[in-house]
Design a protein around this ligand. Structure first.
Ligand code: AMP
Ligand code: GLY
Length: 440
């Protein structure tokens, strides 16, 4: 089978890695991919939002199944375009992707179907929003309604800060013209509950936990995620049962009832509040960096899993490894704000090249690579934003690498990942050393 993966981050590297373990898959393409992905797939220079070019590529190259990573591609209608052309594709329609693309849509859906979430009100008008915020307590949660690459949520502690944020979002259109959801501030540990969903059918994946803040001690601005681990021992079986029965299944049913059935990965970003799990956000795709710690633990052939959802056929039982995972994101200094690119990264050879021949040289840009990542099981490096030139890797994004350690327990996985992180040299990267602090 020929598989096309759309996207070019750590999530897509982990998807490509999982697909490469399927004995049914002979050839993997990734558009646009990145320098790490190029070690395991043929990268194709097509932008993830260029829907027509992606469809034409799939048609011209006899792609059997396409898997979509990023929300921007889904919101651009890539699934609808592929289906209209008779192509098999894993991911939600543009209409179903609205559950992530519009925070207001998601909140209204939860309110209508009694799905537990923070109290909220949506505003288009600056003065009305400010008036509402003045009457409430602090901190308050302000969310830009549309897609904002993980940067559209601000949690002001003071009225001045709230005023500034509302100005940015509603008067200066910092993220584009759009509404703002004002939300009650909730407390408790967060966890990521990703489920494969096909209409009314919901198949839970093992849990993971992300670390959203940029700096240690959960300080600093929100990011796309600075590290993750799986599973999450502080979430009990009871929490999990509640989250499946009272959140994920009712949400899938609500999407069917609203005429936009969901197919693909429904990501519940949940918080274990003193009143029980509540929804912080929904995403319409795999999480990043959660995917990098979840998919390596999947034993079931992922090609069968994607096919079951894409074809609406029975899902094989999902089986997970006992081995656990923890991963550290190495990001460009300045992220999630502005940052420079093009810094050389030196990754020790035993971490990049997994060939038994210690003199072997990796050629990440050649698909006939001599790398055999499966031969090394205690650390895996997923590339989030790298490029490759003249035998060297360079930084090319905000988040650059996700270094995942494997172990019998989370402490072991933590130690292995951190040891690998510390052996990677680059003048412009930072990372949090406290990934997993809630459970170690
Ligand atoms: P979101 O993009 O909606 O997931 O928000 C980003 C992050 O902001 C979340 O992962 C939480 O850490 C935080 N956050 C969002 N909504 C709330 C809330 N209602 N209460 C407390 N923290 C929140
Ligand atoms: N890591 C959070 C997200 O993928 O949105």
């Amino acid at each position: 089978m020929k598989v096309l993966v759309i996207g070019g981050g750590g999530r897509e590297h982990a998807i490509v890695d999982a697909v490469s373990r399927s004995p049914q898959v002979g050839k993997i393409y990734c558009a646009p991919g990145n320098a790490g992905i190029a070690q395991q797939a043929e990268c194709v220079a097509i932008k993830d939002t260029d829907v027509e070019a992606l469809r034409d590529f799939a048609l011209a190259n006899g792609i059997d199944l396409t898997v979509v990573g990023p929300e921007v591609a889904l919101a651009a209608g890539v699934v609808d375009a592929f289906k209209a052309a008779g192509l098999r594709i894993f991911g939600p329609s543009k209409a179903a992707a609205t559950i992530e693309a519009s925070k207001d849509f998601a909140k209204q859906l939860m309110a209508k179907y009694n799905i537990p979430t923070a109290a909220f009100e949506t505003f288009e008008d600056y003065d009305a929003a400010l008036e509402y915020v003045k009457k409430g307590s602090f901190p308050v949660v302000l969310k830009y309604d549309g897609l904002a690459a993980g940067k559209g949520v601000v949690i002001p502690e003071t009225l001045e800060e709230a005023e500034e944020t509302l100005k940015d979002m509603l008067l200066d259109d910092k993220f584009g013209k759009g509404k703002v959801v004002v939300e009650e501030f909730l407390t408790g540990p967060e966890f990521s509950f990703m489920c494969f969903v096909d209409g009314l059918d919901v198949y839970p994946m093992t849990l993971s936990q992300d670390h959203k803040r940029a700096y240690e001690g959960d300080k600093g601005p929100n990011t796309g995620g600075m590290g993750a681990y799986s599973p999450v021992p502080i979430i009990t079986d009871e929490d999990l049962e509640f989250s499946l029965e009272k959140v994920m299944k009712p949400t899938a049913a609500a999407m069917v009832a609203e005429g936009c059935p969901f197919t693909g990965v429904l990501y519940g970003g949940l918080m274990k509040t003193p009143q029980g799990p509540k929804v912080i956000e929904f995403n319409c795709r795999f999480g990043d960096p959660e995917t990098e710690v979840v998919l390596p633990r999947l034993v079931t052939d992922i090609y069968d899993v994607f096919s079951a959802v894409a074809d609406h056929t029975p899902m094989p039982a999902l089986e997970w490894k006992k081995e656990v995972t923890m991963g550290f994101v190495m990001a460009s200094k300045g992220y999630p704000g502005s940052y420079e690119k093009g810094y050389e990264i030196t990754i020790p050879q035993h971490l990049t090249c997994h060939s038994e021949d210690s003199n072997a040289i990796c050629h990440p840009e050649e698909t006939s690579t001599i790398c055999h990542p499966e031969e090394r099981s205690d650390v895996r490096i997923y590339h989030m934003g790298t490029s490759f030139k003249d035998g060297k890797f360079y930084t090319s994004g905000g988040r650059v690498l996700m270094v995942v350690g494997f172990g019998d327990d989370l402490q072991q996985a933590h130690d292995k990942a951190l040891e690998a992180v510390e052996s990677i040299e680059c003048d412009n990267l930072f990372y949090r050393r406290d990934i997993g602090w809630r459970v170690l």
